[in-house]
Design a protein around this ligand. Structure first.
Ligand code: G6P
Ligand code: 1S3
Length: 607
């Protein structure tokens, strides 16, 4: 691991991505979470982000500033504005409040045809007609290129400039900087390869075929109808002074699918301070576990009950890529776990939450109704508690304490009847639902179809039960009433045995919250744990073998790990949570930002 890297030449860094001030997925997390480290290395004056002015809540995250400063960025913005450009210059309202330059993609709608023509003539990049997202990215890139051109002119060779662009959506400025011969050193980081993602979803022999070099990129890109994007990805990869990606696994894709070997790997870090709860961590687990208990009572107890003190909560989360994110393997392992727990008569219940995003019509109204009735039951119980207190006090004050008062003396009949009636009307003979929402495409849903096929349908005798929540967890959501961070803390284990995952933030973010997690050796994060940390076993981070293992063996390995986890006792779980949290400092940007600095030094030496 690189350590204490000193950046050469005091350069200015411009970092660009479609996800600057625009949250879409993991790249947003990468960029935002490392800002404090970037600023402490470059200084506020020498760092600026560049991206699209598209977010719906832009006014909440962007604060305009004046362009009358004497620094290079302000002078460039001034110069562009004097030429008629609409430039949004301000501070991104996140930790560190870095400077940011944003452009509205549609400002260039009038020259879209010319942009497409020029992409083809200059770089052999074809275009689509009528693909809105693609059009927006190339219109944004055209303005970003104009920004770099102006920056170079204003700078006039005075300072070293680094342009670091992420992902194909912000890739075009790189070949353009080279074509125009600007005095700017470029870095391109791809966070996945587009073709890799499509091929992994469609070819069960993806990794074998990849390393054999059997794929013809152009033919495959045409087949998946993604040739324009892949052509941009290739042009940026080939044009960059330094070409990088987030893991060793994606580096292999770069070599075979983009046709250039990478110069640097820049692993993804997190900002540990954001997660740090120190001694509070165990209390938070207990507090939010109780919130999850409330959900579970509303969801399951209407049908049947089980011992919450012997119940464990597993979860998986992420974009709905059934195979790539390993949802299929998780379900298979859970079905096997159910069998093992039943066969060995283990007195535990495991509830696994699938938190992802799928189209739905509404939250299941029966689910909401059940929650409401449970609320009623709680109110009656509270009233009973109050009555017991008051009546007992009354009886005691009379000196009548030799005999224990009966329930009839302590709780009025009306309340007892109300409780009985409410509970009776609440109870049902149907099985607890798998989904919390009414899905638009229930029949075709892979998670539901697996449950139907395997019979894992939340029967009372099942030790393993499923809850599929096809929406992000947020405190506004009436079912859990807590946000994602709190939900994770309340669970016992995160399960993320991905098949295709360039990095994978989800297990790392679990670990930072002191919650053990499962990843795989086909996830960049898992590969990093094994190969960079040189650890075959990190307490609380389990790396399932998928690379050289077939599906069934991987499922068995996962099922066995889950079985061992379930049969651990509470004391061991508590101590494992403490160890896991301590190990998370390995993934802090204070450790990992040096990889970026190494890549920048390499780039600056490439003059
Ligand atoms: C935390 C709390 C303990 C609680 C434990 C439950 O450590 O501080 O009071 O007993 O969580 O752990 P478990 O793994 O059973 O949810
Ligand atoms: C990508 O986002 P994804 O979920 O499409 O970039 C992330 C940030 O580098 C990475 O963590 C993830 O594995 C990639 O797949």
């Amino acid at each position: 691991m690189p350590k204490n890297i000193h950046l050469k030449d005091n350069p200015v860094l411009i970092e660009g991505a479609w996800e600057v001030c625009n949250q879409v997925g993991g790249i947003y997390t990468v960029i935002k979470s490392k800002i404090l480290n970037v600023l402490s290395t470059f200084g506020d004056e020498n760092y600026c982000l560049i991206g699209p002015y598209v977010s719906n809540n832009i006014s909440a995250i962007f604060d305009p500033i004046s362009d009358d400063g004497d620094d290079l960025i302000s002078r460039t913005v001034r110069s562009l504005r004097s030429k008629g450009y609409e430039v949004h210059y301000g501070r991104w309202l996140v930790s560190g409040r870095p400077k940011v330059v944003l452009f509205k993609p549609y400002n260039e709608a009038w020259k879209l045809t010319d942009i497409k023509k020029s992409l083809w003539e200059s770089h052999n990049i074809p275009s689509f007609d009528g693909d809105d997202l693609f059009d927006q990215t190339i219109m944004l890139s055209s303005q970003m290129t104009d920004f770099f051109t102006e920056l170079d002119a204003v700078n006039n060779g005075e300072r070293k400039i680094l342009a670091h662009m992420h992902e194909w959506m912000a890739g075009i400025p790189i070949p353009e900087i080279r074509r125009k011969g600007l005095n700017i050193q470029t870095v391109f980081t791809t966070h996945a390869t587009l073709l890799g993602r499509y091929l992994a979803m469609n070819d069960p022999e993806f990794y074998t075929n990849l390393e054999k070099g059997t794929y013809n990129w152009a033919k495959e890109a045409e087949h998946f109808n993604i040739k324009p994007q892949v052509s941009i990805e290739r042009a940026a990869a080939h044009g960059a002074h330094t070409f990088s990606t987030v893991s060793r696994l994606t580096a292999v894709e770069c070599k075979y699918l983009l046709g250039r070997e990478i110069n640097a790997i820049v692993p993804n870090g997190i900002n540990i301070h954001k997660f740090e709860a120190l001694h509070e961590s165990q209390n938070l687990h207990q507090r939010y576990k109780e919130k999850i208990h409330e959900f579970v009572m509303g969801h399951f107890f209407q049908s049947y009950s089980f011992d919450l003190n012997n119940t464990l909560y597993f979860f998986t989360s992420g974009r709905y890529e059934y195979k790539n994110k390993g949802f299929d393997l998780t379900l298979e392992a859970l079905a096997r776990l159910n069998h093992k727990l039943r066969a060995n008569n283990i007195d535990k219940t495991v509830i696994t939450f699938f938190i992802t995003k799928q189209d739905y019509n509404s939250i299941n109204p029966i689910e909401l109704e059940s929650r409401a009735v449970l609320g009623e039951i709680r109110k009656i119980c509270d009233a009973m508690e109050k009555s017991v207190g008051e009546r007992l006090f009354y009886i005691a004050s009379k000196g009548d304490v030799t005999e224990t008062p009966t329930i009839e003396e302590l709780i009025p009949e009306s309340l007892r009847l109300q409780l009985r009636r409410t509970v009776q009307s609440w109870k049902t003979s149907r099985l607890p639902f798998i989904t919390t929402h009414n899905l638009k495409d229930d029949n075709k849903d892979d998670i539901l179809n697996f449950a139907r096929k395997s019979g894992l349908l939340n029967y009372e005798g099942d030790k393993v039960k499923l809850v599929y929540h096809p929406d992000f967890v947020s405190s506004m959501n009436p079912l859990f009433g807590i946000d994602y961070d709190e939900f994770v803390r309340g669970c016992h284990l995160g399960v993320f045995p991905s098949y295709y995952e360039p990095w994978g933030y989800t297990p790392m973010e679990c670990v930072a919250r002191g919650i053990p997690a499962v990843t795989s050796d086909l996830a960049g994060f898992g590969d990093f744990v094994i190969n960079d940390l040189k650890r075959t076993k990190v307490e609380g981070i389990e790396v399932i073998h998928r690379k050289h293992s077939d599906y069934s063996h991987s499922a068995e390995e996962l099922a066995n790990y889950l079985y061992d986890f379930v049969t651990m006792d509470r004391r061991d779980r508590i101590s494992q949570r403490n160890i896991v949290e301590q190990s998370s400092y390995h993934f802090d940007w204070n450790e990992l930002y040096d990889y970026y600095l190494e890549a920048y030094n390499l780039t600056l030496g490439n003059d």
